[in-house]
Design a protein around this ligand. Structure first.
Ligand code: NI
Ligand code: MN
Length: 227
């Protein structure tokens, strides 16, 4: 049995393959945050891109727990320079970790780190597919709708898809419902909505648009889902 906990915004904690894995742990400054950074004790932290609502507390949590940050190369170098243990990867690459295989995928978005008045390039943003314990989970990161989601669906067959629905910076409800049809997961969990006014969205409307294409599981921050 694997367990996934929604931490608010695009942050998830996943227990799979005997390890604790965080994705995009934006906790400090996250109005939806269901936990405190000190409550989290990951073995790995997967970071999809450099925006502050995804990189979040990754570096601090990684250092406190001796966890490994898995990120696209340029972002991994940045985190390494800040003292975190890292495993750099890149789009299309996969690696067999001790809990399962991590594969980075395309995401149509940006990835700069804004540090005061400086904008630091962190390379390309990514999505991620985790294959472990006979299960496959796709976290889309921040992205617009793109046709190769069909390829991700055909090739990696994610059972669970975590998709942004808030619009403005990413797919909105309509595009995320279309993405669900391309990805063909058993379960889709909406994320990246209602954290800020500009990404307001009603997940029940998303569920209606998805219809019978997948089971929509709407998680409140802090809520868990077992699979
Ligand atoms: Ni972003
Ligand atoms: Mn974002």
């Amino acid at each position: 049995m694997a367990r996934l906990r929604f931490l608010g915004h695009s942050a998830f904690e996943i227990e799979i393959g005997g390890k604790n894995i965080l994705i995009d742990p934006f906790i400090t400054g996250n109005p939806q945050a269901a936990v405190k950074p000190g409550d989290l004790h990951p073995d790995y932290i997967i970071v999809t891109h450099g925006h502050s609502d995804h990189l979040g507390d990754s570096i601090d949590i990684a250092k406190k727990n001796n966890a490994t940050i898995i990120a696209p190369y340029e972002l991994a170098v940045y985190c390494g320079n800040k003292g975190a243990k890292t495993h750099p990867m890149h789009i299309g690459g996969s690696y067999p970790f001790d809990f399962g295989v991590v594969r980075l995928t395309l995401a149509i978005h940006g990835s700069a780190i804004v540090d005061g008045e400086d904008i630091i390039s962190a390379g390309n943003p990514v999505g991620v597919v985790i294959e472990a314990d006979g299960k496959s989970i796709y976290h889309a990161g921040d992205t617009g709708l793109f046709g190769d989601m069909k390829l991700i669906g055909d090739r990696y067959k994610p059972q669970i898809a975590l998709l942004p629905i808030g619009g403005n910076f990413t797919m909105d409800i309509d595009d995320a419902a279309y993405a669900t049809k391309l990805l063909k997961p058993d379960v889709v969990i909406p994320m990246h909505y209602n954290t800020f006014d500009v990404i307001s969205a009603n997940p029940e409307d998303f569920a209606k648009k998805v219809g019978s294409a997948a089971k929509v599981v709407i998680l409140e921050p802090g809520e868990e889902y077992e699979f």
